[in-house]
Ligand binder design. Structure first.
Ligand code: 5GP
Length: 211
């Protein structure tokens, strides 16, 4: 068995439903996955807690984290910092869990550069109108923020080709199962199993010599 976890980045337009998909994935397969909790300088939305959705920190604290090299990556998104703390991710990968980072595209590409084995998934609603509807219905953001998120979605749409998989979130449960299958299948890739293959080869060599 491949014991090392896979680093999985899930991106997608704000309002694509990534958060809900990740939550369901962890509820259904708690042994398989660990979700990285990012640090951000944005203010909590109603109902969000420090240490659950994010570590909500000041600009000063965030900049200290950058200086200490405590982040795998970080990016500015709609005037706030967002970054992935390194320690938890590396520890969980070592324990054999697939670690999911729910981050935007600049961060995703930086992670891929630093860890080329990273699997990049892009989640999208079935069409752009649905995206706008979901952002408006969320009811937590001002018109100006919704507009800048839609503008950002347009920019992010230009980078989708750099991802490995494009997943449509139309029916939630179907989408959760699709994401789970993609990650499961990824474990079976030959390139992720060289160590195991080498072991089997070495054993077979022994058998062939009559050992
Ligand atoms: P929101 O403010 O809606 O929670 O997140 C805004 C965007 O920041 C989303 O696209 C989300 O995926 C992204 N994001 C969240 N955490 C991180 C992080 O640690 N690094 C980067 N680069 N983006 C993040």
């Amino acid at each position: 068995m491949d014991k090392k976890g896979i680093l999985v980045v899930v991106s997608g337009f704000s309002g694509a439903g990534k958060g809900t998909i990740m939550k369901r994935l962890l509820e259904e397969y708690p042994e398989n996955y660990a979700l990285s909790i990012s640090a951000t300088t944005r203010a909590p939305r109603p109902g969000e807690c420090h240490g659950k959705e994010y570590f909500f920190v000041s600009e000063e604290t965030f900049e200290k984290m950058i200086q200490k090299d405590a982040l795998i990556e970080y990016a500015r998104y709609v005037s706030n910092y967002y970054g992935t703390p390194k320690e938890y991710v590396l520890e969980q990968l070592g324990q054999g869990r697939d670690v999911i980072l729910e981050i935007e595209i600049q961060g995703a590409l930086k992670v891929k550069e630093a860890y080329p084995d990273t699997l990049l998934l892009f989640v999208s609603p079935p069409n752009a109108g649905e995206l706008k509807k979901r952002l408006v219905n969320r009811g937590t953001e001002s018109k100006a923020t919704i507009d800048s998120r839609l503008k950002r979605a347009f920019e992010e749409a230009q980078g989708v080709e750099q991802y490995d998989y494009f997943v449509i979130n139309d029916e939630l449960e179907e989408c959760v199962q699709e994401v789970h299958s993609i990650i499961k299948n990824e474990h079976a890739r030959v390139a992720r199993n060289y160590a195991l293959i080498e072991n089997i080869r070495a054993e077979l060599k022994g058998f062939a010599k009559g050992e």
